[in-house]
Design a protein around this ligand. Structure first.
Ligand code: TZP
Ligand code: MG
Length: 236
């Protein structure tokens, strides 16, 4: 499972009034699945454990119907209870080596990183992929300590690129403020060659919250984003 994951259009959910509104999260995610998201992370910072588990079970059913992996933000216990494909852990969550020990080799473990040092540690401890950010300031997560921009993300990609073969295999997505208007430029800027590396390691996907969950039509929004990802950017 770990080795065939498609990270390209990575949906991160949000259950807040500001983004989800009064809609049903499971229905919105189902629309996004129909629109072509390739992986889903259930991120819910406020619900109690019972709600987290029951919602995650419903999301897992939908994701399985589309053959799409479901990851749980922060909570290894919820992922275990649901039997889904993995977790996404931030710097303040369970240590990645501990999560790996508990979940085993077959589950997907992602880590939020904002610096080379955090990336180095996450890779050393067994992360399958890195969620690198924050790319751009966003209302979805206001307390982000680091807005690192395209250049910050490129530095981390370059770091991964210069390490051993196993490190080069670690996948990555960028997160923060990605939407249909900036997606192609971001991909273009993250893939641009440098004078001493004409074929640099590039990003494997974009992680998106509000441009899908907050869209008036999440299916169309996902279709559009998916189409943009598949279309060569119109830049030199
Ligand atoms: N981590 C860094 S930024 C962010 C998270 C979870 C939120 C991104 O949300 P959006 O709406 O795609 O900008
Ligand atoms: Mg977290």
């Amino acid at each position: 499972m770990r080795h065939q994951v498609n990270y390209s259009l990575y949906l991160v959910t949000d259950s807040t009034e500001a983004i989800l509104g009064s809609r049903d999260l499971v229905e919105v995610v189902e629309q996004a699945l129909l629109g072509g998201v390739t992986i889903v992370q259930y991120r819910d910072k406020t619900s109690d454990t019972g709600i987290l588990i029951s919602t995650a079970k419903k999301l897992h059913e939908k994701c399985k119907q589309h053959n799409i992996p479901l990851l749980i933000n922060d909570r290894v216990d919820v992922a275990l209870a649901v039997g889904c494909e993995g977790v996404h852990l931030g710097q303040d969550d369970m240590d990645i080596s501990e999560a790996r020990r508990i979940l085993g080799e077959d589950k997907i473990i992602g880590a939020t990183v904002s610096s080379i040092e955090e990336a180095r540690i996450a890779v050393e401890r067994g992360a399958d992929y890195l969620g690198i950010g924050t790319l751009y300031a966003t209302n979805t997560k206001k307390n982000t300590k680091d807005i690192i921009g395209v250049n910050g993300i490129r530095k981390i990609l370059r770091f991964l690129d210069t390490k051993d073969a196993a490190t080069k295999e670690v996948k990555s997505v960028c997160i923060g403020g990605v939407n249909a208007s900036n997606l192609q430029r971001i991909i273009h800027q993250l893939s641009a060659p440098t004078p001493n590396n004409l074929n640099p390691k590039t990003i494997d996907g974009v992680a998106i919250v509000s441009a899908i969950i907050g869209a008036s039509n999440p299916k169309e929004a996902s279709e559009h984003l998916s189409h943009l990802l598949a279309t060569p950017p119109p830049f030199k």
